[in-house]
Write a protein that binds this ligand. Sequence first.
Ligand SMILES: NC(=O)c1ccc[n+]([C@@H]2O[C@H](COP(=O)([O-])OP(=O)(O)OC[C@H]3O[C@@H](n4cnc5c(N)ncnc54)[C@H](O)[C@@H]3O)[C@@H](O)[C@H]2O)c1
Ligand SMILES: [Zn+2]
Length: 340
Amino acid sequence: MERIPVKGQFTESVVLVGESLHNLKEHLPAQKVFVITDQNIHRLHGRSWDMYPCYTLEAGEKSKVLEMAGSIYRWLIRNDADRRSFILAVGGGMVCDLAGFVASTFMRGLEFGFVATSLLAQVDASVGGKNGVNIDGYKNIVGTFNQPKFVICDTNSLQTLPTKELKNGLAEVVKHALIADADMFERIENNLSAILDLNPDIINYLVSRSVHIKAGVVTRDERETGLRRVLNLGHTWGHAVEKTDGISHGQAVSIGLAFAADLSVTKSYLKKHERDRLVQLLQNLGLPVDTQTPRNVIFDALLKDKKKEEGIMHFVLMKGIGDVVIEPIPIQELREFACL
Ligand SMILES: NC(=O)c1ccc[n+]([C@@H]2O[C@H](COP(=O)([O-])OP(=O)(O)OC[C@H]3O[C@@H](n4cnc5c(N)ncnc54)[C@H](O)[C@@H]3O)[C@@H](O)[C@H]2O)c1
Ligand SMILES: [Zn+2]
């Protein structure tokens, strides 16, 4: 098991990569524990926390809403939660974001911890201290910055994760390699079937490297005033594709990464053969690199999303594999590149 510290401005966390869900009790404080999870995870892994009161959400993004936070607050009140109570989220990013928000706001803040059960939660959502809920389709519009006491990443729990969800996480893993680690990128290239078969050594390595990379960025810029923006690699175009095509986040990010690579080649930051390596890797992982939707439709969605009609947009570009740069690009230039 590896312990990776994450330092926020006011709070700090430790991510435990390779820790087992069976050791959960060792990490929990003596005070009263309240568990929040979703139905799928409860059905598959619920035995590990059946000694604690548990609020089980319907699975899916539709549960990550303010109304649900209200229901959980009422459940905590009915069950005599107090200032010393501890909230444990067991689940993917949806459960962690919602439970982290509830814990941060109930009685002005309770201590909390995460057991991250999806690959996306292990490599991304549970790290960095952001939590929040959606309101009327506005994603993460209400939330706080607050670090959990601990994050348990039991990579064995990924055995029950649907393949589609695994691939969502893999897109973010590739993103992390592109941002900061050329060796990691090469290891992904050389271990494709072991990764898709969830070989514990390679999966623990990928989770660990991803957490180190994200934690390194977040420790230097928790509140996204500058550096943290590099984590948006592939996400500017990706979010627009997610909106227009209604595909999963990871698939959209994969298309966004390929787009960012093409733009990086055009701007002479990235070599053509490096772009080709990336596209090949994404395809080998079973991720898409393009869509049938006309580029101008995606571009309009992008402008709407960013609420920008003119001026410049900060775009994360690749300067090679394992290195990125944030470049201000005039909207008009971006339009010409995307749509012509
Ligand atoms: N806070 C952040 O910094 C941050 C970063 C990225 C994403 N997010 C948020 O994370 C959420 C997406 O996370 P996600 O992809 O984990 O989604 P999710 O939590 O909805 O999980 C996806 C699906 O996988 C199932 N699942 C999870 N673990 C499982 C397991 N071990 N076995 C079987 N099924 C399992 C869930 O029940 C669900 O059906 C979004 O709400 C997004 O906004 C937050
Ligand atoms: Zn993402």
